[in-house]
Design a protein around this ligand. Structure first.
Ligand SMILES: NC(=O)c1ccc[n+]([C@@H]2O[C@H](COP(=O)([O-])OP(=O)(O)OC[C@H]3O[C@@H](n4cnc5c(N)ncnc54)[C@H](O)[C@@H]3O)[C@@H](O)[C@H]2O)c1
Length: 247
C-alpha cells in the first residue's frame, strides 16, 4: 500500500480523471477527500466506489476558485482528518471559442477555475504541509498548455500558467520537503472530451503516434507515482501523458 495512512485531497473528483485518481489513491490505502462543485451526486458516487472496494474517505464540496470556500473547506478537512499529505489540483473547465469571438467572461472563467483554483488550493494546503515538513502537490495541466490549440486560447493560457506556477512553487517549497509537479495529459476519454465533434476527435487521433486516446486510469497511475515516495527526487517537472502527440 503505497499511500497507507496518507490523506489525499483530489479536486474535481466527482467524475472523469479526478474520480480515477481518487479510486487509484484509495486502492493504495489513502484516505481520500473527494471535492467538486455542483455535482453532489457524482461526488457521492466517487465516495461510494471508494467505500465499496474497502477504502475510506469523505466528501468536501467547494468551488476551488472561491478563496473563502477554499479556506473553509480546507479547515473542515483538517478538522476531520488532521492532515493533508497529497493535493491534486484536478478541477478544470473549458469554454472553447476562436479568439476573435471569445468573450471576456469565457476567458476569465477558464483562468479562474484552472489557474486561480490551483493557486488558492496550493497556497492554503501547503501552509499546513510546511508545518508537517512533507507533502506532494500534483497539478493537472494539459498538452494544450505546451503546444497550443486553435479555439482554446483561454485554456492554453491557463494550462501554461499552471506549468509556470508549478515550477515557481516547486522552488519555494523544496526546502520544506514538499514536491510540486504537473501532469500534462493529451486526449483522455472523459465527459470533457466526449463533447468534441467527431471531426475534431479524428484530427487529434491522426496526431497520436500510439494511435488511440487514453483512459483516465492511465493518468491516475501517473498521479499516483508523483504522490508516493517512488518519486521523492522529482520536483518542478511537467510530465506528458499523450501517446507521443507532443515530444
Ligand atoms: N480529458 C482530457 O482529455 C484532458 C486533457 C488534458 C487535461 N485535462 C484536465 O484534466 C482535469 C480533469 O479533466 P476531466 O476530463 O476529468 O474533466 P471533467 O469535466 O470530466 O471533470 C472535471 C471536474 O471538475 C469539476 N469542477 C469544475 N469546476 C470546479 C470548481 N470551480 N471547483 C471544484 N470542482 C470543479 C467538475 O464539476 C468536474 O466534475 C481538468 O483539469 C482538465 O483540464 C483533461
Amino acid at each position: 500500500m503505497r499511500l497507507s495512512g496518507k490523506v489525499a485531497l483530489v479536486t474535481g473528483s466527482a467524475r472523469g480523471i479526478g474520480r480515477s485518481i481518487a479510486e487509484a489513491f484509495s486502492a493504495e490505502g489513502a484516505i481520500v477527500v473527494v471535492n467538486d462543485v455542483g455535482n453532489d451526486a457524482g461526488a457521492c458516487e466517487t465516495l461510494a466506489a471508494i467505500t465499496a472496494s474497502g477504502g475510506n474517505g469523505t466528501v468536501e464540496m467547494f468551488d476551488v476558485s472561491d478563496a473563502a470556500q477554499v479556506d473553509a473547506g480546507v479547515k473542515n478537512i483538517l478538522a476531520v482528518h488532521g492532515r493533508i499529505d497529497v493535493l491534486v489540483n484536478n478541477a478544470g473547465i473549458t469554454r472553447d471559442n476562436l479568439l476573435l469571438r471569445m468573450s471576456e467572461e469565457e476567458f476569465d472563467a477558464v483562468l479562474r477555475v484552472n489557474l486561480k483554483g490551483t493557486y488558492l488550493l496550493t497556497k492554503t494546503v501547503t501552509r499546513h504541509m510546511m508545518k508537517q515538513r512533507s507533502g506532494k502537490v500534483v497539478n493537472i495541466s494539459s498538452v494544450v498548455g505546451m503546444m497550443g490549440n486553435a479555439g482554446q486560447s483561454n485554456y492554453a493560457a491557463a494550462k501554461a500558467g499552471i506549468i509556470g506556477f508549478t515550477k515557481a512553487a516547486a522552488r519555494e517549497l523544496a526546502p520544506r520537503n514538499i514536491t510540486v509537479n504537473a501532469i500534462a495529459p493529451g486526449f483522455i476519454r472523459t465527459a470533457m472530451t466526449a463533447g468534441l465533434p467527431e471531426a475534431v476527435q479524428k484530427t487529434f487521433l491522426a496526431q497520436i503516434p500510439l494511435g488511440r486516446f487514453a483512459e483516465p486510469q492511465e493518468v491516475a497511475q501517473l498521479a499516483l507515482f508523483l504522490s508516493t515516495d517512488a518519486s521523492s527526487y522529482i520536483t518542478g517537472q511537467v510530465i506528458g501523458i499523450n501517446g507521443g502527440m507532443y515530444m
